[in-house]
Design a protein. Structure first.
Length: 135
């Protein structure tokens, strides 16, 4: 007959507040992702795959890599250089971060950062460089 959970809340308590309170998960757009830009050495242009991915590049402009991360850009650049989830162009030819091209954009919610990588790569390509996009 009586037993644990008699009040319907399963707590054995007596107020009933927990039984009538519903918790609703609220989706938050947490801005914790970053778009980052890394300048590459000009020697990266010797790779046929890089040239094929950037057919209209201007050889007077520096090649860049545009990526997205949940880490701060400095940490992500270090990880690229040490071979942790790296892009081989960045590992071999990465020179430096270019915060002048991305600092005003960050931080962003994930979906916006994901869209921004493509938009940022195209904008950087028009203004500054040839671009190896994150893949």
């Amino acid at each position: 007959m009586g037993g644990a959970g008699e009040d319907g809340a399963g707590t054995g308590g007596g107020t009933g507040d927990l039984a009538t309170t519903r918790l609703v998960r609220v989706q938050k757009k947490v801005a914790r992702h970053h778009i980052y830009v890394i300048e590459l050495e000009r020697a990266v242009r010797q790779h046929a795959k890089f040239r094929a991915a950037n057919p209209g590049h201007d050889p007077r402009k520096p090649p860049l890599y545009v990526g997205m991360t949940g880490l701060d850009p400095e940490t992500r650049f270090e990880r690229h250089k040490y071979g942790v989830k790296d892009n081989h162009y960045v590992r071999r030819y990465g020179v430096r971060l270019r915060p002048d091209l991305y600092a005003a954009l960050n931080p962003l919610p994930y979906a916006e950062a994901q869209r921004g990588v493509g938009v940022g790569a195209r904008a950087a390509q028009r203004r500054v460089c040839s671009v190896a996009e994150m893949t």
